[in-house]
Design a binder for this molecule. Sequence first.
Ligand code: CAA
Length: 257
Amino acid sequence: MEFIKVTDNKEPYIALIELNRPKELNALNRQLMEEVRDALQQLDKNDAVRVIIITGNEQAFAAGADIKQMADKTAIDMLMIDQFSTWDQIRKTKKPIIAAVSGFALGGGCEFVMTCDMVIASETAKFGQPEIKIGTMPGAGGTQRLTKAVGKAKAMELILTGRFLSAEEAHFYGLVNKVVPKEMYLYEAFQLAKEIAQLSPVAVQLAKESINRSFETHLDEGLTLERKNFYLTFASEDQKEGMRAFVEKRKPNFKGK
Ligand code: CAA
């Protein structure tokens, strides 16, 4: 594992996955997400693990999918690579996943967090879907999960402007379970994990599956549409301009083409 660290001996029954590309604010490149997928598959099969915590570092949970890796791709490249199919493992994992978030959880980082089952946030956490600012849109569940979490009007505002939500605002909108001082977010995630890890893993997994079923009844359709539309933005000059401008550290000039 190059971009994540997995520890399963800190506390009984609890595994910790740390996203570990600190210089890039944990930007989620394809290899990192493949490592997450593989780790989740292994932990799901491991009887000694009952709850999984996923975290980044103090500065960032993750600042999104890796823009530099995507910037020059065509819509057909994106469709064929279908990078978000790897992400499906997060929602397919049977054991509960707690996201412990500090700093940036943006774009794919926010979508990753929303795919987890519970969220403990540091008071420094910032959530948002800023893809619109680089000429594209959320592609890993943001239009569906954010809307379900915060309601249509707020989701429209956040996704169409790219504005961020503070930890307190995210708590107000029900996106996170608890906001704690920045020294405490991982500790609190472990406290929650320990409480769940004492209970019947069978009942916990079945309850998780049932809750998700109520939430996801029509999600597949929405996710498929969103994914296609995200890949389709790569047919636009605006996506190229937006992502290149990010890489070149300048303001984008969008032309609607
Ligand atoms: N992809 C690739 N690299 C990224 C990145 C990303 N999403 N986010 C940050 N980085 C890199 C920066 O390029 C920079 O690298 P260099 O030092 O090599 O230049 C490094 O991480 C540190 O970033 P900044 O210097 O920009 O740090 P900052 O503190 O000034 O700003 C930030 C922080 C506001 C989070 C800013 O980095 C930013 O806006 N990042 C992009 C956020 C974004 O647009 N995310 C959505 C990505 S698309 C997506 O996620 C699609 C989807 O639906 C899955």
